[in-house]
Design a protein around this ligand. Sequence first.
Ligand code: PMP
Length: 355
Amino acid sequence: MSKFLKECYSTLDAYVPGEQPKDGEYIKLNTNESPFPPSSGVINAVNSQEVKKLRLYSDPTGAALKQKIAALYGVKENNVYLANGSDDILNFSFMAFSGDKGSAVYPQISYGFYKVFAALYGISAEEIPLKDDFSIDYRDYLNKNKFIVIANPNAPTGLCLPLSEIEEIIKSNSENVVVIDEAYVDFGGESAIPLTKKYDNLLVCQTFSKSRSMAGARLGFAIGNEALIADLELIKYSTNPYNINRLTLIAGAAAIDDDEYYRNNCKEIIKNREYTVNALKKLGFRVIDSRANFIFAESDRIDGETLYKRLKEERILVRHFSTEKIVNFNRITIGTMEQMQQFIKTVEKILEEVK
Ligand code: PMP
């Protein structure tokens, strides 16, 4: 740290991304990426002609992509905001919507970045514990009178709240923004996007990083009331108007055109998830009921960290968190059937060793 850094940043506990190993091949089940490549439409769209155009700035309005997203989700273009990954939307939301005194409410066990954004902006955060079964009790979020963020499905549990409960939260906090982070909604969740027509305090954010196989392209979007979207645009034009590069804009539009390909991939992931859950349960694991492209599992036959380390030695990466309440768990991204069969075979082998 240099002597020039502002004091308020000197104690920041930054987000720690999952490992992106450089030492050869792994079965990579640690950062919830898609095991499938982008669609052929995306691969063809990002061609040398488009690369040549990189000398020009990208379209700051993202109009062509906004149009496609709006048509797919049945909203208007001015209900859509485009971002450099949905992390940027969360960042701007904590910056802009946490109230003049700065307060936020989110589940104690959830996406680790919420805590980081709260710290970044000096926001006082109320972290609400999950129930013993790791579910969210929606009643804990009623009438909070504060900015609220909920991942639905939640991470790293994969559990969902029904839309009726989400709606109660939105309704009872009408003077504050409620962000529903739907990074994993395409794997079996129910989107709150239709509710954005009814409630002006709801912002739904989604990403192309998971179901649309574009984590490396960095593309996220938010859907909400046009005034909320205008607020996000105001922050964007006050920081980085060209926040999405040309190639990503083109790739995103081609991905929306190939929606069916991605919907089929999601079906495949759901099938592979069912296989993995059943196989782990047969091995005695407790597996939380996931609607995401990952599962969260623990065993009393081996502690979470040991399993994570042994799997890594076998060149399979999963995500282990050292947070107290979940220290015995691992979060396992769902890959191809072949990868999941290899994963199960390896877990069986490791369990044999510790018998
Ligand atoms: N929300 C949740 C719950 C996530 O797990 C992630 C991915 N780490 C994100 C948002 C951010 O995704 P991205 O910035 O790649 O769109």
